[in-house]
Design a protein around this ligand. Structure first.
Ligand code: HEM
Length: 291
């Protein structure tokens, strides 16, 4: 088993990880191998696929791409990943992508007693229960669609943006917000500078509705690093490259055959053309060279 793990654990730190796990109760080599496989899988499958969807949505909307580029001119990928509040639009795009594209099963087992859900369901003690993120992410009672203008099965970059001068903005449907107001009050009461019409990013009132990373004590422990990696990769991408999507919409429908493990793949191969962007000095020199 150690030989099998070698190619995976090429980092010195990972080797130390193996020794560290061996001292834990019940952690045999099979358990360690499962853990490593899981970490490789989530890092590649979920992370790369999320960046793919963000790139696709942003590059197919030139106005959105321009808005993002102009709001991050003085920032680098790592600096935004460190402090994403500097770009609410980017945070909204990230949250909306995970809302729309994640179809993960959250796995639970209740070791102490049966659990009763509503009037019709009983989950017996010790039985495995799978809860999908999908119904919560598509719940028409909860989410704001601007009265159907932005349906929940489509991408709306600004779904998670709250505008100080617009009571109907933000991720929550206005009538749902009015019903649960005591719980979520304050989202429009945050101190906003008088002269500011800048939107802010909000997940307020969504703790059981936006759940791409699961929830509670078993929520995804990789969520913070995943967010940083995703934002920083994407920002570096839009600063350096232009991308032209060549495939049509049929190829990027979500592949329901892989429903369950996390961020969904597209059904087909999505072809694109990619060019390195000229920076300002390159543009100036090529303009001077022009006949
Ligand atoms: C977009 C990226 C990711 C998504 C959407 C995602 C989603 C999830 C979900 C839904 C769960 C189940 C949570 C629950 O049961 O409540 C989970 C668990 C887990 N995730 Fe992630 N994940 C992502 C990235 C990562 C990364 C980058 C790592 C590690 C570097 C990671 C490590 C884990 C681990 C170890 C668990 C099991 C936690 C436990 O059972 O206690 N994830 N993830």
């Amino acid at each position: 088993m150690r030989k099998l793990l070698k190619p995976i654990g090429t980092f010195k730190r990972s080797e130390n990880g193996i020794h560290c796990f061996e001292t834990w109760d019940g952690f045999d080599e099979d358990a360690i191998a499962s853990l490593y496989l899981g970490i490789i899988w989530v890092s590649n499958y979920n992370f790369i696929t999320t960046v793919f969807w963000i790139v696709l949505e942003v590059y197919r909307d030139q106005r959105l791409l321009n808005a993002l580029r102009s709001s991050i001119t003085d920032m680098t990928g790592p600096s935004i990943a460190q402090d994403p509040s500097r770009c609410p639009l980017l945070q909204s795009i990230y949250a909306e992508t995970l809302r729309l594209r994640t179809e993960a099963y959250i796995t639970r087992r209740f070791p102490h007693k049966d659990v009763i859900l509503g009037d019709n369901w009983r989950i017996p003690r010790n039985k495995i229960c799978l809860a999908s993120t999908h119904p919560s992410h598509q719940d028409p009672e909860v989410w704001n669609t601007r009265e159907g203008k932005y349906p929940l099965d489509t991408f709306w970059a600004e779904r998670f943006l709250l505008y100080p001068d617009d009571e109907n903005s933000g991720p929550l449907d206005p009538s749902y917000k009015a019903r649960v107001q005591p719980k979520v009050s304050g989202q429009h009461n945050r101190p906003v500078p008088q002269d500011s019409y800048m939107p802010s990013f909000s997940l307020h009132g969504l703790s059981s509705s936006w759940i791409p990373y699961g929830g509670g004590p078993r929520a995804c422990p990789g969520r913070h690093i995943a967010k940083k990696q995703i934002l920083s990769t994407f920002i570096s991408f839009i600063q350096r490259f232009d991308v032209e999507i060549l495939s049509n919409e049929k190829t990027w429908q979500m592949d329901e055959r892989s429903y369950g493990p996390g961020v969904q793949l597209p059904v087909g191969k999505v072809a694109f053309r990619m060019r390195k962007r000229l920076d300002k000095s390159d543009e100036a020199s090529s303009a001077m060279e022009a006949p």
